[in-house]
Design a protein around this ligand. Structure first.
Ligand code: TXA
Ligand code: MG
Length: 347
């Protein structure tokens, strides 16, 4: 049996059965979703879920998202769903939205990390839905990466990082959105975004729902600070290379900052990750230029960003400067990942 199934063109039914059997028997499988790849296990099997934590080196206090393919499965994991939560599901499922719900204690304790809530999402990726459906159980799945590293958006990156720790890899090509789902929790009739994603604050407000960003989204979380989502306090998305975020501003201000940094550090091997439109300003400066996408197309940038963060480490740089993005709509999510990737190092 090959360890990588190729589902890029079509889903092979025989192989789909094998995947379902591996999951039913407590194995772990890397599979695509519309956001990033996940490492999936039967959410009701404690031993299987433990394997995910081990493969990722994930802290035990960071709970996993449970993926479902239909509303019967939802009933099997969560209870007391209110009108706002229902409205969010109706509008955004299947899709890149995770909702923190009251757990009915049917999933393994390790999934919820002992919390009385559970994060649930119904993905829209066809391969993901078919895998959940075929295994006929809720599937716990964190992003497919070693803990702290950028999330995996294509199988080549993921395979080289997780190789022997996974029973089977399913290749569905590069993921569409490229950053993880929006995580939202409804409290006092307000939807609080704990992790921004493609589904934005503005998208939720458009439904007439009160919504706000959690205060930790752009803030450095102190070690013992209490947070709504344990994932907020762990090191995240960081390349091994030193990275510095250039705060989003008018073209000239950003470009001047980069220029000044280059001039003050002539002995260093530097790269800049920039908007396509800015590349021309950095030519002939003896630095490496990595284009992240057009300033007019943030969705393209979100699709590229994690593989760029991995690519940086292959260049043997001293420093990589990364241009920041405007913090609205999906830009909120991209900037949230970049700030963390740069470990709050901002120019
Ligand atoms: O797009 C995604 O959501 C991807 C794909 C695979 O579905 N999954 C993903 O999972 O990003 P992970 O484990 O990398 O991130 C889960 C986030 C973490 O920040 C975690 O702290 C938060 O969701 N989370 C999970 N359950 C929670 C809960 N009960 N309360 C608060 N936060 C929770
Ligand atoms: Mg993750």
């Amino acid at each position: 049996m090959s360890r990588i199934y190729n589902f890029k063109e079509n889903i092979n039914e025989e192989e789909l059965k094998n995947i379902a059997n591996i999951l039913k028997e407590g194995g772990i499988v890397v599979f695509p979703t519309e956001t990033v790849y996940g490492i999936g296990a039967d959410a009701t099997n404690d031993k299987a879920v433990e394997k995910i934590f081990k493969a990722k080196g994930r802290p035990q206090d960071n709970p996993l998202i449970v993926h479902i393919s239909n509303y019967d499965m939802l009933k099997s994991v969560a209870k007391n769903i209110n009108n706002i939560e229902k409205k969010l599901m109706d509008k955004f499922w299947p899709g890149p939205l995770t909702i923190i719900l009251k757990s009915n204690n049917k999933v393994a304790d390790s999934v919820t990390a002992g919390l009385d809530t559970v994060g649930v999402r119904m993905p829209s990726n066809d391969i993901a839905l078919k895998i959940i459906e075929a295994s006929n159980r809720p599937i716990a799945a964190p992003s497919a990466n070693v803990s702290g590293r950028p999330s995996g958006t294509k199988i080549e990156d993921i395979y080289s990082e997780l190789k022997d720790r996974i029973d089977l890899f399913v290749d569905g090509g590069p993921t569409d959105i490229g950053i993880e789902s929006t995580v939202v929790k409804v409290e006092n009739n307000t939807a609080i975004i704990l992790r921004p994603g493609k589904i934005s604050l503005e998208d939720i407000q458009e439904l007439g729902i009160n919504a706000k960003l959690d205060k930790h989204i752009f803030a450095d979380v102190k070690k013992n600070e209490k947070v709504e989502s344990p994932g907020m306090k762990h090191r995240h998305y960081a390349p091994n290379t030193q990275t510095i975020l250039i705060e989003y501003a008018e073209d000239k201000i950003m470009v001047d900052k980069v220029d000044k940094y280059i001039n003050n550090n002539k002995n260093l091997n530097i790269a800049v990750v920039c908007f396509d439109e800015h590349a021309k300003y950095y030519q002939n400066k003896n630095i490496k230029i990595i284009k992240m996408g057009s300033i007019k197309d943030p969705l393209q940038i979100s699709k590229n960003i994690f593989s760029i963060l991995r690519y940086i480490d292959k260049l043997e740089l001293d420093v990589c400067l990364i241009e920041g993005i405007n913090k609205d709509h999906i830009g909120t999510a991209i900037e949230n990942r970049l700030i963390r990737a740069c470990e709050y190092n901002i120019l």
